[in-house]
Design a protein around this ligand. Structure first.
Ligand SMILES: *[C@@H]1O[C@H](CO)[C@@H](O)[C@H](O)[C@H]1NC(C)=O
Ligand SMILES: *[C@@H]1O[C@H](CO)[C@@H](O)[C@H](O)[C@H]1NC(C)=O
Ligand SMILES: *[C@@H]1O[C@H](CO)[C@@H](O)[C@H](O)[C@H]1NC(C)=O
Ligand SMILES: *[C@@H]1O[C@H](CO)[C@@H](O)[C@H](O)[C@H]1NC(C)=O
Ligand SMILES: *[C@@H]1O[C@H](CO)[C@@H](O)[C@H](O)[C@H]1NC(C)=O
Ligand SMILES: *[C@@H]1O[C@H](CO)[C@@H](O)[C@H](O)[C@H]1NC(C)=O
Ligand SMILES: *[C@@H]1O[C@H](CO)[C@@H](O)[C@H](O)[C@H]1NC(C)=O
Ligand SMILES: *[C@@H]1O[C@H](CO)[C@@H](O)[C@H](O)[C@H]1NC(C)=O
Length: 614
């Protein structure tokens, strides 16, 4: 499995030969000079301003039509052997037209172009956010937070599952050692090859989840007997280059049916990222003149989720671009599920206008409306969504605006839950990010691990929840060990760790205390001093499998990221260029890892540039 092919295999003279071949063999003379211009532009791109200049050249290609635009990049991708030909073709022909549309719609010198540079090449990232004050109703004068109950009642359990990435074409016996993003499928271009590593029944680290693995997890989830289940998105496999609406529709419907069949309780889902739309990542804004093409996803999930979330919330999914709010029956707790896709840098529909849009599709306004209603009704809220707001791949703008909403409603929002990174992580929000102290910690987002084995052992989380405050009292991670001989026969689901038992004594957590934001902050202080404890966390990130070594620099980045619910405060900013900047030092959530999960086109373009400059 390869996300980013190694740069080492191609030296300068080989590159020269490849280009000569393209020049004289594959491209007509009209396209040749355009092609050459693009090569030069990619070679010359070293900083934000040269990235803007490159976009001017790419614009010229875009104005010649989608076909020309795609074909130049597909041929480059093939010539540089950035991926298998079917991957080059599929990735660029689905996402290429959106980028070409962007380039035709914007001024290559302006700020939207800067944002596109950031999304495609990692340049201009420090220069593209726009201050904006979210309109917020003022708090009521007598809005004091309720006093916590003196005697705690028995907690109830909630299960958090995420990033299931089920590959419904997973084939036992197919090649598990292939050259694509995921393996264990009978890809047409591999027909007739001898298999070096046959796929086993229940999964492989090079492959997305087989149906049997997903079923096994859902049975384990049901055995916990939770009050309800939250699902933070990403249903579809990583074969992005093959993604089409029919397959995605089928995958989403099948997973809803699986959940209904296997889990005897209510499920509160949220929309996933790229994989849950087609082409990947493509959620057009409603202001786009071209398309409204994600409405089918909202319609589909509106119908699919109604059985759990009720008809009012189901209407919201349809009319509010995939977000909804639903009261958990017999409680005072509202689940506010937000579609984070309009804040995701790799949703390339976000770059098709020079007009600054602080709140695409009014998702933030929807949140404010629902939070105000909950505050008025004296309810508590859990926000669930796919992409955590502190990550490098989220727009700094909307992360900042979301944080403003969080600060305003910090007494109403008693939990935040996300997925997407595939890792077991947390991110802390502070009332003052310049003074990151326990007293200033206002919220902690808990990030769920993935089912798909591509980034570690398959896992899910179980929370013990106080029935009065709806705060998390404890968190346990349940995993299945892919290295255990029984895994391929029948996956066993067992406790990896119990947060209260493992971390409580290190922090000095009182017996009846919740896992408060201050607790998570104090844990980061422990990690600073106690490397053994930090290394334990580092092992838990990927559930004890595919663990990446994390040295002092990586550790300091990781702790910085834990304290960055707002993405402008994280330490992940890619500097652009061949050096991947601070991330390259070895953050445990590295840039390259991230690319494996991206749309594919960013890693292709990034790599294209890097190869041309070696
Ligand atoms: C960053 O933005 C500032 C202010 O808009 C501008 O003066 C500067 O040239 C920009 N830098 C780059 C590298 O684009
Ligand atoms: C593009 O933006 C630049 C910088 O903001 C500006 O100077 C230029 O006039 C714009 N071009 C067009 C065609 O609007
Ligand atoms: C597959 O392996 C067999 C037996 O080792 C060998 O004879 C055959 O040539 C191989 N086929 C390919 C396509 O490599
Ligand atoms: C995986 O495939 C590569 C090349 O196709 C081969 O060199 C390697 O030995 C294979 N690995 C295993 C475990 O079979
Ligand atoms: C997009 O979908 C929404 C919700 O169904 C609808 O109200 C709107 O008219 C649609 N816009 C376009 C341009 O089709
Ligand atoms: C966090 O640490 C501070 C300072 O040591 C302490 O006052 C506070 O009680 C701790 N909070 C929790 C929840 O552990
Ligand atoms: C450091 O963490 C380890 C692992 O959790 C723990 O066993 C040890 O007691 C801690 N050391 C100190 C000084 O707290
Ligand atoms: C998984 O199983 C292997 C093989 O039995 C063992 O070495 C490893 O420690 C286990 N991993 C975890 C996290 O328990």
């Amino acid at each position: 499995m390869q996300c980013l092919p190694s740069l080492r295999h191609m030296n300068g003279s080989l590159l020269f030969t490849v280009f000569s071949l393209i020049f004289f063999g594959l491209i007509n003379s009209a396209q040749a000079s355009l092609f050459d211009d693009i090569l030069q532009a990619l070679k010359n791109m070293v900083d934000c301003s040269s990235c803007h200049a490159t976009l001017v050249t790419l614009q010229t290609a875009a104005f010649q039509g989608d076909d020309t635009f795609n074909s130049v990049f597909i041929q480059l991708c093939d010539a540089l052997k950035l991926a298998d030909p079917d991957v080059c073709q599929g990735t660029l022909s689905t996402t290429g037209p959106i980028i070409a549309h962007d380039l035709r719609s914007i001024n290559a010198s302006d700020q939207t172009a800067g944002r596109l540079c950031d999304a495609l090449f990692g340049f201009c990232s420090s220069n593209v956010s726009t201050p904006f004050t979210v309109p917020l109703p003022p708090p009521k004068a007598n809005n004091a937070p309720p006093v916590p109950p003196s005697e705690r009642r028995e907690p109830f359990q909630v299960v958090h599952i995420s990033d299931v990435h089920i590959d419904r074409e997973y084939t036992v016996g197919a090649e598990a050692n292939c050259t694509k993003t995921i393996c264990c499928r009978n890809f047409p271009d591999q027909a007739g090859r001898n298999i070096t590593e046959p796929a086993e029944p229940n999964g492989n680290h090079n492959c997305d989840s087989p149906i049997s693995l997903a079923d096994s997890m859902l049975e384990a989830v049901n055995d916990i007997n939770p009050k309800f289940v939250i699902f933070t998105g990403d249903v579809v496999d990583h074969a992005n280059w093959l993604s089409n609406q029919l397959d995605v529709t089928n995958d989403l419907e099948e997973f809803n049916a699986d959940l209904l069949l296997k889990v005897n309780t209510q499920v509160f889902p949220s929309l996933g990222r790229h994989h849950d739309s087609s082409p990947v990542n493509a959620f057009a804004r409603k202001t786009s003149m071209t398309a409204n093409d994600s409405q089918w996803v909202f319609d589909l999930e509106s119908a699919g989720w109604e059985q759990w979330i009720g008809n009012q919330a189901s209407d919201q999914v349809r009319h509010d671009s995939g977000s909804y709010a639903a009261l958990v029956p017999e409680t005072n707790l509202v689940i506010l599920s937000v579609n984070t896709q309009y804040w995701y840098k790799q949703n390339f529909w976000l770059y098709d206008s020079d007009e600054f849009q602080p709140d695409p599709n009014d998702v933030l306004a929807f949140m404010v409306g629902q939070l105000q209603a909950a505050e008025d009704a004296g309810q508590k809220v859990w926000v669930i969504g796919h992409i955590p707001l502190g990550s490098e791949d989220i727009m700094e703008d909307q992360s900042n605006y979301y944080d403003q909403i969080l600060q305003r409603y910090k007494d109403t929002i008693v939990g935040q839950f996300f997925g997407h990174s595939h890792k077991d992580q947390f991110q802390i929000a502070y009332s003052n990010y310049n003074e990151q102290t326990a007293a200033n910690a206002v919220s902690a987002a808990l990030i769920g691990p993935a089912l798909t084995p591509t980034s570690g052992n398959p896992a899910f989380k179980v929370y013990d929840v106080d029935p009065d405050t709806f705060s998390v009292m404890n968190m346990r991670v349940i995993f299945s060990n892919t290295s255990d001989p029984s895994f391929q026969v029948e996956p066993k689901w067992e406790l990896l760790y119990d947060a209260r038992e493992t971390y409580g004594p290190l922090v000095g957590l009182p017996d009846d205390s919740e896992l408060t934001p201050a607790f998570w902050h104090n844990l980061t202080k422990v990690f600073e001093k106690n490397n053994t404890a930090f290394q334990l966390y580092n092992t838990f990130l990927s559930r004890g499998s595919l663990v990446k070594a994390c040295d002092e620099a990586c550790k300091s980045n990781t702790i910085c990221d834990q304290r960055a619910f707002r993405s402008e405060n994280n330490c992940d900013t890619p500097s652009g260029g061949v050096s991947l900047g601070r991330r390259d030092i070895g953050s445990s959530f590295s840039f390259v890892d991230d690319e494996c999960e991206g749309s594919g086109i960013r890693s292709l373009l990034y790599e294209m540039r890097a190869k041309l400059q070696t």
